[in-house]
Design a protein around this ligand. Structure first.
Ligand SMILES: [Zn+2]
Length: 446
């Protein structure tokens, strides 16, 4: 960027200060050449020295030999730093950035906090998130239009839950939304969740989410930690209701992801067509084998389950349930490795702890090599996100490949030797590019 463009950009930044708050720079257009970088391409466990040219929102060229910069291109000397695809969070809840006891805060307050969550994700190197429920797809469209600064969002719309299920966050005395003609709880009115009972309601709930623009469907398929009426062992919903959801999703060409922990719950979900299990911590060997046979993904989150005491707003009962499922973590990862299950990289960092989302990189180091973790957070997650099929509105991303979307992070440090550098993003992430635009740039001036 020449000086004039930089000055113009600074003025624009002052004018649009609300759109580009402190810590994130304004987006830039045009070509960008990254020279002298070591490339983690999203797949290979080694780094390749080279150069990467970005043109518009696309990776135009990846080369071992120097690339001649096009006229007007910004040239960034990587100085041997590591260039990786931008990170993807496979299990985010961008509208759950408030403490749990603020779930019912005014929608404007929760919306404002959601804006902070989005910016935080981008600043921390996440260029895409798959929202695991509760987020209206209009939010994703607002990001795409540039009205909000954040990662690309694959929204699931409202989570679908049965009465008294893991998505039923009403107060104990609240009326039922359909069994009574009274006002409903905020979590229902604002579309965090929808309570459905019976096949017809499950069909309608899924179809309504597609009307809003969901790219995949999230259902609550068993007892949960943060909800108050459903012990972990409970089975939710019935096989017929699961099949109704799966039918409506597959009719739209996409898939159902389901929250669940126990083997009986997972078995029921998988046997009735669910393709992605979220959490799965209390799975047994037979059920893991069934998942492998059916090509089912078990989407894991490691750090959050170790934070029971730190999560604001949880009750004692919630914390006890968290301990109950945490006990299965070692066994789950062992079975994922034994059967070669695809798992990806998710966080589930809800209830106010979103700025710490990169701690997931460090927590995973107990189980996986740095290269495995980086691959999970980039190319493996991207493969899972692409299961949305014809509902996926974007091009390919998650790898450094010619013709793919330019989602890139430039890393200070040696992430393939010590993945925990990524748990300190303020130090290690010197540049974040999403869709060819630079949003964070703390490189020293040329
Ligand atoms: Zn979740």
């Amino acid at each position: 960027m020449n000086l004039d463009r930089r000055r113009l950009a600074v003025s624009l930044c002052l004018i649009t200060g609300l759109l580009f708050p402190a810590g994130l720079t304004e987006a830039e257009e045009g070509s960008v050449l990254f020279k002298n970088v070591r490339i983690f391409n999203g797949v290979e466990p080694t780094l390749a020295e080279g150069h990467v040219l970005v043109s518009g929102n696309t990776i135009a060229q990846v080369s071992e030999a120097p690339i001649e910069p096009p006229a007007g291109a910004r040239v960034i000397d990587g100085g041997g730093r590591v260039l990786s695809p931008g990170f993807i969070d496979l299990h985010a809840h961008v509208t759950l950035g408030t403490p749990k006891d603020m779930l019912r805060a005014h929608p404007w307050v929760r919306g404002a906090i959601t804006g902070k969550v989005l910016e935080s994700y981008l600043r921390n190197g996440f260029t895409t998130v798959r929202d695991a429920g509760g987020t209206h797809p209009e939010l994703a469209r607002a990001v795409d239009r540039g009205l909000l600064t954040g990662p690309r969002v694959y929204p699931s719309g409202a989570v679908i839950t049965q009465t008294s299920g893991h998505g039923d966050f009403r107060m104990p005395h609240d009326p039922h939304p359909t069994l009574c003609n009274c006002g409903a709880d905020h979590t229902l009115v604002d579309g965090f969740s929808v309570i459905a009972d019976g096949e017809a309601q499950w069909l309608a709930a899924v179809r309504e989410n597609f009307k809003h623009g969901a790219t995949q469907i999230k259902i609550m398929g068993g007892g949960g930690v943060a909800s108050d009426y459903d012990p972990i062992h409970t089975l939710q919903p019935t096989p017929e209701e699961i099949r109704a959801a799966v039918q409506a999703a597959s009719d739209w060409g996409t898939y159902v992801m389901a929250h669940s922990y126990t083997s009986p719950a997972i078995r029921r979900l998988v046997e009735n067509g669910v393709k992605v299990i979220e959490h799965g911590l209390l799975i047994d060997d037979d059920t893991a084998r069934l998942c492998a046979e059916k090509g089912v993904v078990i989407s894991t989150q490691i750090a959050i389950f170790r934070m029971g005491a730190e999560l604001p707003g949880l009750t004692e009962e919630n914390r006890a349930k968290m301990q109950q499922v945490l006990a299965g973590q070692d066994n789950l990862i062992g079975l994922i490795k034994k059967y070669g299950l695809k798992t990806g990289f998710g966080t589930d960092f809800v209830f106010g702890i979103y700025p710490r989302v990169n701690e997931e990189f460090a927590a995973r180091a107990d189980y996986f090599t740095p290269a495995e973790i980086l691959r999970q957070a980039t190319s493996e997650n991207a493969e899972i996100v692409r299961m949305a099929g014809p509902l996926d509105p974007y091009g390919d991303f998650g790898e450094i490949r010619e013709g793919w979307l330019a989602d890139l992070v430039l890393i200070e440090g040696e992430p393939l030797e010590d993945i925990t550098v990524l748990a300190r993003p303020n130090e290690s992430l010197v540049l974040v590019m999403k869709d060819g635009k630079i949003y964070k740039d703390s490189l020293p001036a040329d």
